[in-house]
Write a protein that binds this ligand. Sequence first.
Ligand SMILES: [Zn+2]
Length: 246
Amino acid sequence: MPCTVINLGITAIGVWVLWRLSPTAAAVFGGVAVTVIFLRGYLVPGTPTLTKRYLPGSLLKRFGHGPPSRHGIDDSVPVDPLELFGGANVLIETEHDVVLEPTFEQRVATRLAAIEQENLTGALAELLAVPPERLSLDSSGDVPTVRLDGRWVGQWESRAALLTDIAANRELAETVPEWADFSLDQRSGLLAGVRACLTHCPVCGDDVELFPDVVESCCRTVDVIAASCHGCGARLFELEHEETIA
Ligand SMILES: [Zn+2]
């Protein structure tokens, strides 16, 4: 939408300039331009590349293309997952990696299968600790989006990622004694950390791979570290990464 507004602004300037030369040409240009913007979202060819190169990050954030804010309603200090989960037998360090402890990972998968049978908005309300009537969940597209009292508050990488957070939240509430003491923002960060350490997909059980990727939006491309399932293709984790990944 912000990109569309920019392009409509460009169109308005074009119409204004042309109007002084030929009102007919201005009307034709305006009609064609609005049609093109309606059909493909932008008017100027190469707009994504141009904005990626020249619009500063702080400006892009205002246009909704900054680092994805997940479901943070509270800005608190993040908690180190390694420190917290290492002692609770949730995470284990192997020679080359940090992964979920296999029985914990299996318990999350079992819970996820049960959540599939529940009302998803109700389960989400439990995760976010808010009354379900204040929430609306749009899970029709690839990226589930949640609104609180009609206001956008966050989104997940996929439906599988959302279900994993709900399942892991329930499992951690029984595994980590201080889990309920953390703020929503802290729990969100920790749950994302859990998803980053999955070795098997909690939906289909196939292998999960963590890899560098590039995500494109209409205004720029973003380097990310992502985790996806080999079997069902679910995107389970994504984190913007500004440095080159070796
Ligand atoms: Zn899968």
